[in-house]
Ligand binder design. Sequence first.
Ligand code: ADP
Ligand code: SR1
Ligand code: MG
Length: 421
Amino acid sequence: MIYKILDKNSIPEYINGIPKVVEVLGKGQGLAIEEIGDGNLNYVFKIYRVGSPDRSVVLKQAVPFLRMAGEGWPLTRNRMTYEIRALHAYNDLVPEFVPTVYHSDEEMSVLVMQTLDDHTVVRHSMIHGVIFPNIGHDIGTFLAETLFRTSSLGMRSIDRRRLMDQFNLNDELCKLTEEFVFTFPYMEHESNYSNPATDEFARASIRCDTEYKLGILKFKELFLTKTDALLHADLHTGSLMANSEETFVIDMEFAFFGPFGFDIGKIIANFLLSYTSHFYHSSDDSYQNWLLIEAMTIWKRFETRFLELWDSQGSSAMVAEGFLTGKELREYKMRFLRNILHDSLGFCACSLARRTLGIAGVADIRDISDLHVRSQLEIINIKLSQLLLSMHDKIHTIEQFESTVRTFYANTNLEDMERVK
Ligand code: ADP
Ligand code: SR1
Ligand code: MG
């Protein structure tokens, strides 16, 4: 089919020719179609059978521009090809954590998938203080399974190279990350967000701090050059939909092969951004404590599951059996995981700053209408980014991370911002 942008009028005809989708939607009264997309890049529709709302699918289509900016910011719709490939790969690796694919169409840049109706977008729910009991554990499992099993520890080299071939040319979205995560927020740039007190602080601190900027470059280099494993590459709390039992990962169009620590650092940063925002959203620190414990659980579960997978692997492309003694192997594994923790904290620092100063902020803070309150929270994030970037290779355990973060927040000067609720 020749590409065209679908809308509520043209969707019924498009899905009519897809047996699996027709089967899910069933027969009966008419179809209702709602545009539910709230993301930065694409259009997302929920389609359901009137009178049987559980007969439902979600259709996502990429358009040849960036949704958040409009047609004046062209972006090829190739990104959907990578989202389709990644969702298929994740359905093989971790089907319990991703929507089932009903239909994918690279020509039309369309994906039709399972509706997550009993689940909410985690970022929005976190703003309201919702607790997801399994979230840290689930994310840790997702990260360990996807990262280990697409790495040289978990795949034959030939299979891995074939898989990498499917993602190597996701260059446009990698470029967005190169610029909007690793470049523009740390310099004066027209695309950046602006809030006068925050701008002033950024100008007087990180934007003239050579060590900090060289630190950012270290992580940009890792992002550009390391191909450890298949990454989601945009794993923030807006890419999670969850309820009290389940956690689903969505929106994997940035997928490509990159460094182990990138997804881990990004998601932990988003828990910390929520933590900061709850100086405003909460009346006490109970939700903040929960956030920090879950952020730690992400790492702990990741480490445990990654090592379990490694222990059961035997020989791999990376480490042949017998190459190291038992003791050497144990030490190698410890060092390996410690390096991933260091890198995760570095990427976490980058994410904290880019979501504070760059074009794509987080609703947790950007939706606060009081500019002064917002800038106080933004300055906290910038300081935390500075701290974690400077400390990333000195924090060797998740407990050290916890005490570093707790001490930082305890010393945070919020004298003129009372908790408002
Ligand atoms: P974008 O690529 O534009 O960021 P997302 O994949 O994040 O788009 O989707 C935008 C929104 O659509 C999500 O925040 C969520 O509200 C909704 N959505 C996406 N996929 C599903 C799904 N499978 N089930 C239910 N809602 C979904
Ligand atoms: C123009 S940058 C848009 C951002 O939205 C996505 O969620 C990615 O994080 C990207 O950097
Ligand atoms: Mg997206």
